[in-house]
Write a protein that binds this ligand. Structure first.
Ligand code: HEM
Ligand SMILES: CC(C)=CCC/C(C)=C/CC/C(C)=C/COP(=O)(O)OP(=O)(O)O
Length: 311
């Protein structure tokens, strides 16, 4: 954060509930919370529904808190980028001090209450995830290296492990596999968006791959990570995490995702400009369906095992 002049002076708050809620990045966090939910329910233990509800609630609050701290730190670049200009701090509806206070308060609250409701392994993982997203990714990597989202993506991959730990009190091969799926998925998810956001990151001086290595290199990287992701996702089907529903889902979605990545790799900027980045935009949308469907399938297979439909 280089510009501390954004909205920090004497201030009478005009913020409404919706503005504070927007600080928590609710749309992105829905999928984050869903992966945590799957981690929690796929674990082979029976959990009291109220404990499960509390676990998901506090993971969601912790995720939201990390979003508020990210918006607090990034308020200078959010004010420059078209996509983020209307966020509560750059648009002046929430002060940066308010965002910081809310982020810190909800971070502590979520970790303590998750620990009290479930166990301290889960709470420790939540604390580490918040730290990783806010300090390691947002404050350090994001403005320093084009590998920012590859390494920083680990933050978004922890939630299923937190859910699993909340249910079992530990870490397992299955929860590490769920981490790996999300970790490998993040680069294609994000770089597709970086391609059609054109000059946003350039203007803000953020060293995203599109800015430092150019668009053809970004297209190549999307393809490489998509191939690695497909291998991992299909291989996961042969582990205890997989089942028939997972395998069918993985086969269909990885074929579609690979086709999308090849299409993106084959295109140049003139082609992309001509159709207003339609292929990149639909690949980004497909990335959301991809992760949702893989985790959904893990959940369905786990439920069918519990119901005794298959072993
Ligand atoms: C470092 C890792 C990641 C980066 C840099 C990243 C970046 C982004 C960005 C910039 C957007 C644009 C929309 C917005 O500003 O709200 C977005 C959308 C989204 N991301 Fe990610 N993302 C990451 C990881 C994840 C993870 C781990 C998940 C879920 C498990 C996720 C789920 C979503 C969803 C659901 C949207 C669509 C939100 C909407 O409909 O507006 N992202 N992501
Ligand atoms: C439980 C818990 C603590 C979960 C955290 C999950 C997490 C780290 C999600 C990251 C997803 C995300 C909002 C990335 C945005 O990157 P960005 O901040 O660079 O994007 P921006 O430019 O839109 O601000």
């Amino acid at each position: 954060m280089s510009d501390t002049s954004v909205n920090t002076g004497p201030y009478e708050s005009e913020a409404q509930f919706g503005d504070f809620f927007a600080l928590l990045k609710p749309r992105v966090m829905t999928l984050v919370v869903f992966t945590a939910f799957v981690g929690l329910l796929a674990a082979p233990v029976s959990l009291h529904p109220f404990v499960g509800f509390c676990a998901i609630l506090f993971i969601a609050v912790g995720g939201g808190a990390s979003g508020a701290l990210n918006m607090w730190w990034d308020r200078d670049i959010d004010a420059v980028m078209r996509r983020t200009q209307k966020r509560p701090i750059p648009s002046g509806r929430v002060t940066s001090d308010e965002a910081l206070a809310i982020g810190l308060f909800l971070s502590v609250l979520s970790v303590v209450f998750l620990g009290l409701a479930t166990n301290w392994v889960a709470a420790g993982l939540l604390a580490f995830t918040i730290f990783f997203y806010v300090v390691v990714y947002t404050m350090w990597l994001k403005r320093w290296t084009p590998q920012n989202i590859v390494i920083g993506g680990a933050a978004g991959a922890f939630p299923p492990m937190i859910g699993w730990a909340a249910a079992t009190g530990g870490i397992s091969v299955e929860s590490v596999l769920m981490f790996c799926l999300t970790f490998m998925w993040t680069p294609p998810h994000f770089w597709a968006l970086a391609l059609f956001m054109r000059k946003d990151y350039d203007n803000a001086g953020v060293p995203m791959l599109t800015v430092t290595h150019g668009r053809p290199a970004t297209r190549r990287h999307i393809l490489i990570y998509t191939v690695l992701l497909a291998v991992l996702a299909i291989a996961t089907g042969f582990t205890t995490l997989g089942g028939p529903v997972y395998m069918a889902t993985a086969l269909v979605l990885n074929a579609l995702f690979l086709k999308g990545a090849v299409d993106i790799w084959r295109r140049d900027e003139d082609m992309a400009e001509a159709d207003n980045y339609a292929v990149e935009k639909s690949f980004f949308k497909l990335s959301l369906l991809y992760l949702f469907a893989h985790f959904g399938a893990i959940l369905v297979d786990a439920a069918l095992v519990r119901l005794g439909v298959w072993a």
